[in-house]
Ligand binder design. Structure first.
Ligand code: UFG
Length: 338
């Protein structure tokens, strides 16, 4: 019988791509989402993409324990993949308490209901942000942890909550996945990153410039100690990331033992390299202006990717051109009437 998985935040950017990967891997998947940063129209797209007749989903928040109880009453889950959280670094500095509430209390609520039902496997969306200011590159999982903003604080605290729970009770099995910079979209063009607001992150911003919605990219810093002076990051295709979740989940099911891994490619790319690649995807050179450094940014951040390979068999296979082409395909097709 198919294993049953609860996906919190399953209508969001990474959640929706992971839904597809889980269905393809033969799981039965139930989504909960409060649609605070996603649209209900994603659900029919997921149905179209996967052939699942009616995507099983509930509207509600991880902040609502009674809602979580109802969902767990209706299903017998083998595991949970937990995406539902707030993720904008800048916003977190303005409303830190909301970030702590959603990201930390939401996780606690989920753990409590899971414990009560004997569901002990959880895949947790962590982030390279838990490395704070990296001291060494590439960044190894055993590198010192820290935070530079409230969002980062909540991700570090999330990891620590899981570590405390697992230390006290070995029945827990947690897959802690530290994402680097997820970009791109499903090749169908049916799901992708929702471009509604003015984006803070690089790739959605470039996409808006390519679409003509924004005049040019502001490049934050041209005097970093990097090959071309602009910031270097480890961009990973969201479909590779989604597959990483499936591998993490099957490892938890197989071993009932936890793991903490980086999910990145291990390669750093600069802002100007990203811009040039997107220009190739959309067929024109994209305008940019050099700006001062953005406060809080580091020069370079990329993963030591070997632990995820050794432990989970994870390998990011999709390259830069695929990341840009799939994003552009989504922007010019599916995102229009989503
Ligand atoms: N950048 C620009 N112009 C922009 C936006 C970004 O030049 O308009 C540059 C940044 O300065 C940086 C690079 O593009 O050098 C990537 O910036 P992003 O905002 O896309 O990503 P970050 O690496 O700053 O942040 C991401 C996630 C965070 C996570 C962090 C840690 O957004 O959630 O990685 O790994 F915490």
């Amino acid at each position: 019988m198919a294993r049953s998985v609860l996906l919190t935040g399953g209508a969001g950017y990474i959640g929706s791509h992971t839904y597809v990967a889980l269905i393809e891997a033969g799981y039965h998947v139930v989504i909960i989402d409060d649609f605070s940063n996603s649209k209900a129209s994603v659900l029919s797209r997921l149905s179209q993409l996967t052939g699942v007749n009616r995507v099983s989903s509930y509207e509600g928040s991880v902040l609502d324990p009674a809602f979580l109880d109802q969902v767990f009453d209706a299903h017998d889950f083998d595991a949970v993949v937990h995406f539902a959280a707030k993720k904008a670094v800048g916003e977190s500095t303005e409303i830190p308490l909301e970030y702590i509430e959603v990201n930390c209390s939401g996780l606690l609520n989920l753990l409590k209901v899971m414990k009560g039902r004997g569901v002990r496997r959880l895949v947790f969306s962590s982030s390279a942000t838990v490395y704070g200011e990296p001291e060494e590159l590439p960044i190894h999982e055993d590198a010192p942890r820290g935070y530079t903003n409230p969002y980062g604080f909540t991700k570090l605290m999330g990891e620590q909550i899981l570590e405390q729970a697992a230390a006290a009770d070995p029945a827990w099995a947690f897959g802690i996945l530290r994402y680097f910079n997820p970009v791109g979209a499903h090749p169908s063009g049916l799901i992708g990153e929702d471009p509604s607001d003015i984006p803070n992150n690089l790739m959605p911003y470039i996409a808006k410039v390519a679409a003509g919605d924004l005049p040019h990219l502001g490049v934050f810093g041209s005097d970093y100690d990097t090959p071309d002076g602009t910031g270097v990051r480890d961009y990973i295709h969201v479909c590779d990331l989604a597959e990483g979740h499936v591998q993490s989940l099957s490892k938890l099911i197989e071993t009932d033992d936890g793991h903490t891994v980086n999910l990145g490619t291990g390669n750093g790319l600069s802002v100007l390299e990203m811009l040039a690649a997107y220009g190739r995807a959309c067929g024109r050179d994209l305008p940019y202006e050099m700006k001062p450094r953005r406060p809080g940014d580091v020069a370079a951040c990329y993963a030591e990717a070997s632990r995820a390979r050794a432990l989970l068999g994870f390998e990011a296979t999709r390259g830069l051109d695929d990341m840009c082409a799939s994003s552009w395909h989504w922007i010019t097709t599916g995102s229009k009437d989503a």
